[in-house]
Design a protein around this ligand. Structure first.
Ligand code: 3AM
Length: 177
């Protein structure tokens, strides 16, 4: 069964800039630059029929292109840090695109996502990193010059069946005008 999610790809220049932030936390697994993305809606393992339904409803989205800004590094997980991320500055077009996908994906019968949308680019996944190591990293490297780019499409990605993780494959792209 394909494991799917929707997301935004990053321009190469932005990805390269983010990749300079790698290193300096023991216990971190740094994501390969070609796998950087902003997840919009995790869909999960679905059968081919559901995948076709998802593709059909995503293909009906009509929205304008917009800009996205990454403006700080952060960690998810609090006392048990699990990821270092570049946070996306919230903006209406992004939130509305995500909300429309949520509605459409529910409409084809897939379960609702209950977690709050916190747009980000995952830079590292953490297994045994201490909160102190993460805090040190963020205090030394956490400053990020704002990176702004134009988003004129979104993507349906697949990850490794049932396992997740990269390499991610762009199964379909949907234009924003
Ligand atoms: O954008 P990132 O890399 O943070 O964490 C997974 C990854 O997000 C997330 O979907 C993205 C592509 O794999 N993900 C994995 N399992 C998930 C789940 N059960 C999930 N998101 C929500 N619920």
């Amino acid at each position: 069964m394909p494991r799917l999610f929707t997301g935004l790809e990053l321009p190469k220049s932005v990805a390269t800039e983010l990749s300079l932030m790698r290193g300096g936390v023991s216990g971190a697994r740094w994501i390969d630059v070609e796998n950087y993305h902003i997840t919009l809606r995790f869909i999960g393992d679905v059968d081919e029929r559901a995948a076709r339904d998802v593709d059909a409803v995503l293909g009906g989205i009509r929205r304008e292109a917009f800009t996205v800004t990454l403006d700080r590094l952060d960690a998810f997980g609090g006392d048990r840090p699990r990821a270092i991320v570049a946070a996306v500055r919230p903006s209406s077009p992004l939130v509305e695109l995500q909300a429309e996908q949520e509605r459409l994906i529910r409409r084809v019968g897939l379960p609702a996502e209950t977690r709050k949308f916190a747009p980000h680019v995952t830079l590292a996944r953490l297994r045994q990193a201490t909160p102190m190591a993460v805090a040190n990293y963020l205090s030394v490297r956490g400053w990020l010059a704002a990176l702004t780019f134009e988003v004129d499409r979104f993507t349906l990605f697949s990850s490794r069946d049932s396992v997740g993780g990269g390499p991610y494959v762009a199964e379909a792209v949907y234009p924003l005008y």
